[in-house]
Ligand binder design. Structure first.
Ligand SMILES: [Zn+2]
Length: 377
C-alpha cells in the first residue's frame, strides 16, 4: 500500500469546514452533472465536457458510492426513485462536514434560500456576504449617493452582527482585481455614471473599490475574513484581470493588515497565490472548484499550492452549488488530492505520517476554524 493509500481513510475521519460553497437548487430546475463540471455556459461546450476526465471520474465515483451502474442515466434514475431530500442527505452526509460557509449571492435557477439549504445539509451553515450584490441592493431606487452609502454600511453591519462569517468580493468579475484607491469623490462620480446607465449591475472600478473599502471599514471593530474571487470563472470574466498578484495595493494596505484575505479558486494562478500566501501573514488560499474540474491532477495542484505557502495557509473548499453530487465529489476529491500530495511528501521522506495528519487537519478544518472562529450566534 502506498503512503497515500494508507493515509486516505484517516482523512475521512476529519470533519471538514467547507469555507466556500453556494446553495443547492430545487430539483425542478433540471441542472445536470455535465453542466456543472466546467464553467461553460454554451450548450455545445457542456455536451463536450462528457469527454473530460472529471466527468468520467464523477460517473465512476458516484456510481460506486450509490451502488448503481456507471452511467449518468443510472444515477439520474436512482435520484428520481430515492427522492431529492433523502438522496441529498445521503450524499451530504458522506461529505463529512462540520460546517459550511455559503455565499448566496451567486444566482442560478432554482437556488434554495440559505434557510432551506441549511435544513437539508447535516452540518452547521453560516452565510458569507457578497459585497457587490449588497451594494446593488443598497442602490435600488437610485437614491442620492450618501443615502446609498449609509444603507450599504448598515446592511454589512447587520449581516455580520447577524452571524455572517465573512465578506466576499467578486471584483474580478466586475472590473478586474487591479482596483484604484478608494476615494469618496471618485466614487460619487462613478455612482452618477451608474445611475445614468439605469442598469442594476455594478461594474465601475472606482465604485467597486469604494464599496470594498466601506465594507471593511463598517466591520473594523469586529473584522471578518475577506474572500476574494481569483482565477477562473465563466466567460463573463476576463481571466488576465483575475490574477491575484494584481491585489498588491490591497495586500500592502496597513489598514487591512489584521483582515484575513482568502484567495478563492486561484487556478490557473496557483503559483502566484502560493507566493502571496508565503509573504503576507494575512493572505490564505483555497483551490475550490480547481480540484473538482481537474480532479485527475489533484495531488499536483495541492503540491503547487504548497510550493511556497505553508500548510497553515491552505483551506479546503468545494465551491459546490446546485447539485448534491457536486458537494459529494468536491469533498471526496479534495481528500483524494490531499492524500496524494501528502503521500508523496511521506514517500520522499520530507515529512512523516504524524506531520501529514497534522497538516491534513489544518487544511481540512483547523485553518478555517482559526480564521472564521466559532459561530457568534
Ligand atoms: Zn463560488
Amino acid at each position: 500500500m502506498s503512503p497515500a493509500e494508507e493515509l486516505r481513510p484517516a482523512l475521512d475521519e476529519i470533519r471538514a469546514v467547507d469555507h466556500h460553497a453556494h446553495p443547492l437548487a430545487d430539483p425542478g430546475a433540471g441542472h445536470l452533472l455535465a453542466d456543472v463540471l466546467s464553467e461553460a455556459t454554451d450548450p455545445a461546450m457542456t455536451a463536450a465536457m462528457r469527454d473530460h476526465p472529471s466527468h468520467h471520474r464523477a460517473v465512476r465515483d458516484l456510481a460506486r458510492f450509490l451502488g448503481v451502474e456507471a452511467n449518468e442515466g443510472a444515477i439520474a434514475e436512482l435520484r428520481a426513485r430515492e427522492g431529492f431530500e433523502p438522496f441529498t442527505r445521503r450524499l451530504l452526509e458522506a461529505c463529512g462536514l462540520a460546517e459550511m460557509l455559503v455565499d448566496d449571492g451567486f444566482r442560478f435557477s432554482g437556488a434554495l434560500s440559505i434557510a432551506d439549504h441549511a435544513a437539508l445539509v447535516p452540518c452547521a451553515v453560516r452565510r458569507v456576504l457578497r459585497i457587490e450584490t449588497t451594494a446593488e441592493a443598497a442602490a435600488e431606487g437610485w437614491r442620492v449617493f450618501a443615502t446609498v452609502r449609509g444603507r450599504f454600511r448598515a446592511m454589512v453591519e447587520e449581516a455580520v452582527a447577524g452571524g455572517a462569517a465573512g465578506l466576499k468580493t467578486i471584483a474580478a468579475y466586475r472590473c478586474g482585481l487591479e482596483l484604484p484607491p478608494a476615494d469618496p469623490d471618485d466614487a460619487a462620480d462613478a455612482y452618477a455614471r451608474w445611475v445614468r446607465t439605469d442598469t442594476p449591475r455594478l461594474t465601475d472600478a472606482p465604485l467597486v473599490s469604494f464599496f470594498l473599502s466601506e465594507a471593511l471599514d463598517a466591520v473594523r471593530d469586529r473584522p471578518v475574513p475577506l474572500q476574494v474571487h481569483t482565477g477562473f470563472g465563466d466567460t463573463d470574466l476576463a481571466l488576465h484581470r483575475a490574477d491575484p498578484s494584481l491585489l498588491r495595493p490591497l495586500l500592502e494596505d496597513e489598514r487591512y493588515a489584521d483582515v484575513p484575505i482568502v484567495l478563492l479558486h486561484c487556478y490557473p494562478f496557483v503559483g502566484q497565490a502560493s507566493y502571496l500566501a508565503s509573504v503576507y501573514p494575512n493572505v490564505y488560499l483555497d483551490l475550490s472548484m480547481a480540484l473538482t474540474f481537474a480532479a485527475h491532477r489533484g495531488p499536483e495542484i495541492v503540491l503547487e499550492a504548497l510550493d511556497l505557502a505553508p500548510a497553515s495557509k491552505l483551506l479546503f473548499a468545494t465551491d459546490a452549488s446546485r447539485l448534491p453530487e457536486l458537494f459529494f465529489l468536491g469533498a471526496m476529491w479534495w481528500r483524494d488530492a490531499l492524500a496524494g500530495a501528502l503521500g508523496r511528501l511521506i514517500e520522499d521522506s520530507t515529512i512523516d505520517r504524524a506531520t501529514a495528519l497534522r497538516w491534513a487537519e489544518l487544511i481540512l478544518a483547523g485553518n478555517a476554524q482559526r480564521l472564521y472562529g466559532p459561530s457568534a450566534l
